[in-house]
Design a binder for this molecule. Structure first.
Ligand code: OGA
Ligand code: FE2
Length: 402
């Protein structure tokens, strides 16, 4: 008799225990004033580290290691953590990328539909060399010099009267498809003139059971104080640059536009890239060059969309003009927020245009980085659904290497 009561009580305790673990998995947890505070869906919000002032060092004890987070800049907010990854973790990511196979990077803006915008900025019905350069940059993401453009005029015979200006009638002599073929061939022989010259591999942490990935995700979650589920809404890209490898200045995310949805993985709809935050890890020491450059700083009050057409974005040639340059160093991470927080929704708000950045050319050696892009969108409700689906699909315990 006593025995069955005893067994019944044991079973009751066991089921309570199981429910507690299950419930904790459903919660979103944050550190608030040194305490761990958890809550349900309504508690979920985005956070932003307070950089205080340039040079502020914030000491952290994470994952059994002492780390120091330094504020490099306030506008945009850039934070740096040396040794965020161990040497072994860096080597591991490089070898996983090699195993996956690296492919030439593209910016997704490589023509292809035989149409492009003619940027006649002064509206005088002809293109001078500057306007032709910007038209080509905008359409194909290939950055020609003035000499390259004059060469193109000679090779294609488009500039009939040879005055360096292309009228509508002269432009009509070169069909868009022919222009595209010319530029593609040019970029094939001079790949360093592309806006991005590198190779990359995509890795999907939520699909993998890689122990190192899971550990790094947990570490990131603690450092930036966002629940692990939000960190898991991320993409991980490993990039390799050789000599001359670079990435001209760009934004990692896009401006909020309610008429276009944020892209989901393998999306085929018309969509825009939404990345709340970038965490960039340097996976090796670069012999020379390869800094990460931020083109704008707090003093730049001029319209930030003006800069998109200026030579400043051409980091391949103008890296030394950039306001902030971060030198690669194995294991170091830099982080910045591509978006502000919308104070009403406590979720993703407008893009921070000041985050315009890129990679300076590598002069000697190789440069390996890992981009860790946090992917909440501007639709909080939909993100909660994505998290729930992911929780359901997640392998519970990382067991084996990738
Ligand atoms: C990127 C990027 C900077 C760098 O890959 O999006 O901005 O230093 N890279 O390579
Ligand atoms: Fe970037």
């Amino acid at each position: 008799m006593y025995e069955s009561v005893y067994i019944f009580l044991l079973l009751l305790l066991w089921s309570c225990y199981l429910r507690t673990i299950a419930d904790e998995r459903e919660l979103f947890c944050y550190n608030q004033d040194g305490e761990r505070v958890c809550g349900g869906d309504e508690f979920l919000h985005l956070t932003r580290i307070d950089g205080k002032e340039v040079g502020t060092v914030h000491k952290l004890y994470v994952d059994g290691r002492n780390l120091e987070m330094t504020t490099l800049s306030l506008q945009p907010l850039i934070l740096e953590i040396p040794n965020m990854l161990t040497d072994e973790e860096c080597d591991h990511f490089i070898s996983v990328a090699k195993q996956e196979g690296l492919k030439d990077s593209s910016t997704g803006k490589n023509g292809g539909d035989n149409t492009f915008n003619i940027l006649d900025l002064d509206d005088n019905k002809q293109l001078n060399i500057l306007e032709m350069r910007i038209t080509i940059e905008n359409a194909f993401d290939v950055y020609l010099t003035d000499e390259d453009i004059l060469q193109m005029y000679i090779h294609t015979g488009i500039d009939k009267n040879g005055d360096g200006n292309i009228t509508q009638e002269e432009l009509g002599r070169l069909r868009p498809a022919e222009m595209e073929r010319y530029i593609k061939k040019f970029a094939h022989f001079q790949p360093e003139k592309q806006s991005r010259y590198s190779q990359q591999a995509w890795l999907y942490p939520d699909k993998s059971v890689d122990k190192t990935f899971s550990q790094v995700q947990e570490r990131v979650s603690e450092v930036i104080n966002l629940p692990i589920d939000v960190v898991r809404l991320s993409n991980f890209q490993i990039v390799k640059y050789g000599v001359k490898g670079h990435y001209n200045a760009h934004h990692d995310s896009s401006r909020v536009d309610d008429s276009i949805p944020c892209c989901e993985r393998f999306d085929t709809r018309q969509c825009r890239v939404c990345r709340y935050m970038t965490i960039l890890f340097y996976l090796n020491d670069v012999e020379e060059g390869g800094a990460t450059a931020f083109v704008l700083s707090e003093n730049d009050t001029f319209a930030t969309n003006q800069v998109e057409f200026s030579e400043q974005v051409n980091l391949y040639r103008k890296c030394s003009d950039a306001k902030i340059r971060v030198k690669p160093s194995k294991g170091k991470a830099i982080m910045w927020y591509n978006h502000f927080i919308d104070h009403k929704t406590k979720w993703m708000g407008p893009m921070d245009l000041q985050t315009l950045h890129g990679g300076c050319p590598v002069i000697k050696g190789e440069k390996w980085i890992a981009n860790f892009w946090l992917r909440p969108t501007d639709d909080r409700k939909h993100d909660i659904e994505r998290i729930k689906i992911m929780r359901y699909k997640m392998p519970r315990k990382p067991k084996t290497e990738l």
